[in-house]
Design a protein around this ligand. Structure first.
Ligand code: SAM
Length: 280
């Protein structure tokens, strides 16, 4: 049976392609490419003339059966996207699911990915991380997702495009606070590559004064929560508890109840409760 190769391609610099990727793109019978014009540029630069077929998120349902039929008839196929590694915030998931069901071999040909390129130059000690890719495009859904991520202790890696980068940073500032440290990696491997690390509030100023142009493609790495977001969430939870029980429990009993429900120290709970027990 034939093989589906998942081939990583450059994220900007056409020279960032592995020898194995070039061999694979040369030897397969067909290349399924997210945008055939973008693919042609890369293939021409490397003297490759393998036939191309368009495969992107809007035609995957139609193209999956075509590619699967080709594979089942013995055609080796390579899947590539516009930049970086397929399936990383890019199409290919439905095709791979079908390959698993049909027991068609899938082989990765690894190479560039914006997430790894950005992480490889982080100086904020992000060792453990979670990849969120693009946050929801709508403001309310984005705020909700950020609230869920606020107390994540691992570094957080996000992808963003130029038209939404400021809005996203503003939302990060409002949910994570102005002091959270971020690294912005813009236009990695390209002429205008820029890597800036600072607090989210300072980064927003850099966008405002043009030090960081709102142009190109962005990876954002947020430093994980050092415990302060988690502490604030817990304080908020206990504040709500005191608000509810202050009418029926004494100050002392309310603090004992809170102690049984929270990891906050007793003196912090006692102090917090005083807001609702003005007479002590
Ligand atoms: N599959 C790709 C990968 O492996 O990185 C990601 C594809 S996703 C549709 C495109 C997003 O990746 C961009 O909006 C940007 O956030 C990020 N990206 C791609 N190329 C980049 C570059 N040269 N510099 C910074 N970010 C980049």
């Amino acid at each position: 049976m034939a093989i589906l190769y998942i081939v990583a391609t450059p994220i900007g610099n056409l020279k960032d392609i592995t020898l194995r990727a070039l061999d694979t793109l040369n030897s397969v019978q067909l290349i399924a490419a997210e945008d055939t014009r973008v693919a042609k540029k890369l293939l021409t630069a490397h003297g490759i003339s393998t036939p191309l077929i368009a495969y992107h998120q809007h035609n995957a349902t139609k193209q999956d059966p075509v590619l699967l039929a080709g594979l089942e008839q013995g055609q080796d196929i390579a899947l590539i996207t516009d930049a970086g590694t397929p399936l990383i915030s890019d199409p290919g998931h439905s095709l791979l699911e079908q390959c698993r069901i049909r027991e068609i071999s899938v082989i990765p040909v690894p190479g560039p990915s914006a997430i790894i390129a950005a992480l490889s130059v982080n100086s904020i000690n992000v060792n453990r991380f979670c990849f969120e890719g693009f946050l929801p495009p709508k403001h309310a859904a984005r705020i909700q997702r950020l609230q869920q991520l606020r107390s994540e202790s691992r570094g957080l890696v996000l992808y963003e495009a130029k038209h939404r980068i400021r809005e996203v940073l503003q939302d990060i500032q409002s949910v994570f606070g102005p002091d959270r440290t971020l690294m912005i990696a813009r236009e990695l491997t390209k002429i205008h590559e820029q890597i800036v690390t600072d607090s989210v509030s300072n980064l927003l100023q850099s966008f405002d004064n043009g030090t960081i142009p709102c142009k190109g493609e962005f990876v954002i790495i947020c430093q994980g929560d050092d415990g302060s977001a988690l502490h604030q969430i817990e304080m908020q939870r206990m504040r709500k508890l005191f608000e509810k029980v202050s009418a029926v429990l004494s100050h002392k009993d309310a603090v004992s109840l809170a102690q049984s429900l929270s990891t906050l120290p007793k003196n912090a709970l006692y102090k917090l409760a005083t807001e609702f027990y003005p007479d002590g």
